[in-house]
Design a protein around this ligand. Structure first.
Ligand code: A3P
Length: 293
């Protein structure tokens, strides 16, 4: 049912989440020090959540600590997902969180609460990824929810823009333009860059969130321990992430729904050269002149 969407102001919102997204848009009141972690699905949301949480919580929980929350809880349990919160009317939980709050959504930029996108608002961090790797990851995710789903159905829905939260190009462009016009408020990250130099991006993230690393922390290799704590191998092998103990709605999600391969270029094992060219051409065309590629 996640492939069934409702078209709203140019985006295909997943049917089960559409009311929650609209309620989030109308009712969310940001605090100035909130940080909204946003992404196109399957582009590294879980990783970004873990990194941002580890950065924010590093005083209370040194990253190397054996009892660090990320060793006991799935990253999804550490940071509330707005689609769930507002669909299930659990706003009281949101209000009870101490500042600075980290929250998460896949809502397109143009549908975010106006209180977030205008004026002082709060900070927004976005992560995107090569669409070819995204579509492979999405297929492996959705096939657990929709048995019988084929890879070509998933691919076609990305191509025609009807994929959940699609069109993907408009989702990316909305955040890209916002990051260009409001660089102090919107940070735009790419999964591939994060993977290539995680430490440098963790520093960038911490600085953007108003929590730069001190010289003492650098001397203590705090950045390196955060990178290690949140690394794919560490996260994938944590018992809590293996058993799927998560606040996420589908408690029966398979282990590989959120931790599968964690690499760049796995699309080559699934996408034919012709399909890759079609996807690349569409995205190049949509991104023309945006300064994004
Ligand atoms: P793959 O399916 O290509 O392996 P999301 O969290 O937005 O659902 O994205 C899931 C993708 O991020 C999956 O990609 C998953 O393996 C990858 N991922 C999860 N944790 C990661 C980590 N710590 N480092 C790198 N990639 C990670």
């Amino acid at each position: 049912q996640f492939l069934v969407g409702r078209l709203y102001k140019g985006f295909w919102l997943p049917e089960p989440y559409a009311p929650g997204i609209l309620a989030f848009q109308r009712r969310f009141t940001p605090r100035p020090d909130d940080v909204v972690l946003t992404s196109y699905p399957k582009c590294g949301t879980t990783w970004l959540k873990a990194l941002a949480f580890a950065v924010m919580a590093r005083n209370a929980y040194p990253p190397a600590a054996a009892d660090h929350p990320l060793r006991r809880l799935n990253p999804h349990a550490c940071i509330p997902f707005m689609e769930d919160i507002f669909t299930e009317r659990r706003e009281a939980k949101l209000e009870s969180l101490p500042s600075p709050r980290l929250i998460n959504t896949h809502t397109p930029y143009s549908l975010l609460p106006e209180t977030v996108t205008t004026g002082g608002g709060c900070k927004v961090v976005y992560i995107c990824r090569d669409p070819k790797d995204m579509v492979v990851s999405l297929y492996h995710f959705l096939r657990h929810l929709q048995p019988g789903l084929s890879f070509s159905d998933t691919f076609d829905s990305v191509l025609d823009g009807t994929v959940p939260y699609g069109p993907m190009w408009d989702h990316i462009l909305g955040y890209w333009h916002a990051s260009v016009t409001r660089p102090d408020r919107v940070l735009f990250l790419k999964y591939e860059d994060l993977l290539q130099n995680t430490g440098e991006h963790v520093r960038k993230l911490a600085e953007f969130m108003g929590r730069p690393f001190s010289a003492a922390e650098e001397a203590l290799y705090t950045v390196a321990s955060i990178v290690e704590l949140c690394s794919f191998d560490n996260m994938k092998n944590l018992e809590v992430n293996k058993t799927g103990a998560t606040e996420w709605k589908c408690k029966n999600m398979a282990h590989d729904s959120f931790f599968r391969k964690g690499v760049v270029g796995d699309w080559m094992n699934h996408v034919s050269p012709e399909m890759a060219t079609r996807l690349d051409e569409i995205f190049h065309d949509k991104f023309r002149g945006a300064g994004l590629i």
